[in-house]
Ligand binder design. Sequence first.
Ligand SMILES: Cc1cc2nc3c(=O)[nH]c(=O)nc-3n(C[C@H](O)[C@H](O)[C@H](O)COP(=O)(O)OP(=O)(O)OC[C@H]3O[C@@H](n4cnc5c(N)ncnc54)[C@H](O)[C@@H]3O)c2cc1C
Length: 422
Amino acid sequence: MSAPAESPTEDAVRAEVRAWLAANWSPDLGLLEWRNQLIDSGWGAPHWPKDWYGRELPLALVSVVEEEFQRIGAVGVPKGGIRTLAAATLLAHGSDMQKQKFLRRILTGEDIWCQLFSEPGSGSDLAGALTRAEFKGNHWVVNGQKVWTTSAHKAHWGLLLARTDSDVPKHKGLSYFILDMRQPGVAVQPLRQMNGHASFNQVFFTDAMVPPEMLVSEVGTGWAVATTTLMHERRGADALRAWGAGSTRPGRIYDEERAEIATVMEPYKWYPQRVGRVEWVIERAKAMGRDHDPVVRQEIAKLLTLSKSAEWTARRARAAQELGRPQGPEGSLGKLVSSHVARAAARVHTLIAGAEAMLAGADGPVDGKIAEIFVSTPSASIAGGTDEIQRNIIAERVLGMPKEPRTDTDRPFRDVPKNVVG
Ligand SMILES: Cc1cc2nc3c(=O)[nH]c(=O)nc-3n(C[C@H](O)[C@H](O)[C@H](O)COP(=O)(O)OP(=O)(O)OC[C@H]3O[C@@H](n4cnc5c(N)ncnc54)[C@H](O)[C@@H]3O)c2cc1C
């Protein structure tokens, strides 16, 4: 067996990417043309496998590559949206045909994806999904309903978790598919949220078709594949925020990237408010003349203490990940702590603004953004796994406490009582 290849040094990576950018980067190129060059070079996704557009760089060196891009304002591959979850899932479980068909277009940004997991009767209990996929003739036929599907109204492709067998325990009867969203059997209906945006949808399947080659991994392994998607979802929020900011530079490629971000990020435009806008509190207290109020000062101090310690814990988790260490308790705590911070920030913002915090739109403080924080932060406790589910995970996997008693995993799914007729 040959020895594993040694990882290049930071200096070597920096020199190599710098030389490549000097020879190739031009803001006058079209976005697609540039991204295709980038993908062929391996610098677009340097931590991906060499066979699939990457350079197998350790995560710790990816930030070196990003620094070099930022230094000269070079545009990278798109980092936001469900497509990054699709890529991570396909790299881990996809067939060569699926990787060939989808990975390049994920990196060029040509396709938009959505995640068809949650259903009216199964969100936290994702393994209780009732949407059925049956093999008939020469393809899979899908019937059922999904809900809370972010971006389904824009998506070309969906990551679908569906039941293929009800005669085995619930986790074993699921399969994972790539579903073409633009076909007659798929109906997408937007849902309006209490913050006024419509990022989510209900999606109805009536004999929607999936060709056999769009099954990911094997029949019955959908739960394991979905776990990969969810793991990346919980880690991915920061990249989404960073990419969503875009560049303010003038030039053709930047215009094209801004247009792309405006489309892809439209469902996410309230997400900065969802995490509470902690960075605004001191400025807001000064602007409202509340910065000498001892109660306000105390609440701001509590919020910043919580937020800073959450940030440092997240950095520790990232550093451990970059060093290839297994995920520790920090990973599980991060999601729960971020929803605490969001709620605490909403309280501090409303304390500072007083009754005006309830004014939405242009009449409200910061153009209605304070009201938007107030009605958007509850979603931080729900999306990607609720606070209660995170507490269960921490109790069972981190603290080693006894598992919740279960009555639904030791019998065929068909015999499990359900709260939806299926
Ligand atoms: C911003 C946002 C974006 C989303 N995007 C998507 C998407 O793109 N695709 C997608 O598939 N889904 C998406 N979702 C849905 C999300 O994954 C679900 O809302 C979430 O998993 C919770 O499921 P539920 O809403 O069915 O609540 P339920 O599971 O019905 O939970 C209701 C309440 O019961 C509690 N509860 C449930 N089980 C337990 C338990 N075992 N122990 C203790 N308490 C429990 C929950 O914590 C919650 O308080 C999104 C949600 C949000 C808020």
